[in-house]
Design a binder for this molecule. Structure first.
Ligand code: PGA
Length: 249
């Protein structure tokens, strides 16, 4: 399976910076001499259109950082899945821990968002992961498998979504888990996910949290890691390009 490298730009930068980054990645893609992974960039909403315009004839795809579960309506400040599709998004991040924490998003809402996105033809990148307290008290595996059970819709096809393991204590901290810790959780994720689909099809699973040019290769070499969800390092052209080039397949 071709790996996935997703850049989550979060609420950073200006329109000019978003355009420069997109144009920079486009140039490198055009000059690339080796097969590349799937690359997805997720800028803030106001910059989606200009980034999509720059990348329109390239293999780099674009995603939203969140969506509302309803199709349309009186939801000031929110963005619907059909609006993301309308501007050219192919992916949407759902259930990121920053949404769960700062916007109090719970599993029923997240599950509804995943359902709406799939229905609209967007590919959700569902994020799950344990807090530092949950890890310290030995609950990481329980938390991640519970989130998978409660956040995923009853039925979906394996190619319709991606799932990212993002331990909260690793996001933006510079402290990524060890490769053994990543494998332990992601092996369980694969097991839980495989029980949800028939015929041995594989749902791609990504790792996210303090990924950088130094640890990307070790992470991407792990058997259960089908890609990376990258925050801070995806805002740096050279570093993100190194991460893209660390992809193994
Ligand atoms: P980080 O963020 O790479 O800056 O740790 C990852 C994420 O939140 O998706």
């Amino acid at each position: 399976m071709q790996q996935y490298i997703i850049g989550n730009w979060k609420m950073n930068g200006t329109k000019g910076e978003a355009q420069r980054l997109a144009a920079g990645f486009l140039k490198r893609i055009q000059e690339a001499t080796r097969p590349l992974p799937h690359i997805v960039l997720c800028p803030s909403y106001p910059y989606l259109t200009s980034v999509i315009e720059i990348l329109k004839d390239s293999p780099i795809e674009v995603g939203g950082q969140d969506c509302h579960p309803e199709k349309s309506g009186a939801f000031t400040g929110d963005v619907s899945v059909s609006q993301l599709v309308d501007v050219g998004c192919k992916y949407v991040i759902i259930g990121h821990s920053e949404r769960r924490r700062y916007h109090h998003e719970s599993s029923p809402v997240i599950r509804k968002k995943v359902e709406s996105a799939i229905k609209a033809g967007l590919r959700p990148i569902l994020c799950v992961g344990e807090s530092v307290e949950e890890r310290k008290t030995g609950k990481a595996l329980y938390i991640v498998s519970s989130q998978l059970i409660s956040d995923l819709p009853d039925s979906f096809a394996p190619h319709e979504l991606l799932v990212a393991y993002e331990p909260l204590w690793a996001i933006g901290t510079g402290h990524a888990p060890t490769t053994d810790e990543v494998e332990e959780v992601m092996g369980l994720m694969k097991h839980v996910l495989s029980s949800r689909v028939t015929g041995g099809a594989i749902i791609p699973t990504l790792y996210g949290g303090s990924v950088n040019a130094q640890n990307a290769s070790d992470l991407l070499n792990l058997p259960h890691v089908d890609g990376l969800l990258v925050g801070g390092s995806s805002l740096k052209l050279d570093e993100f390009w190194e991460i893209i080039n660390a992809s193994q397949r």
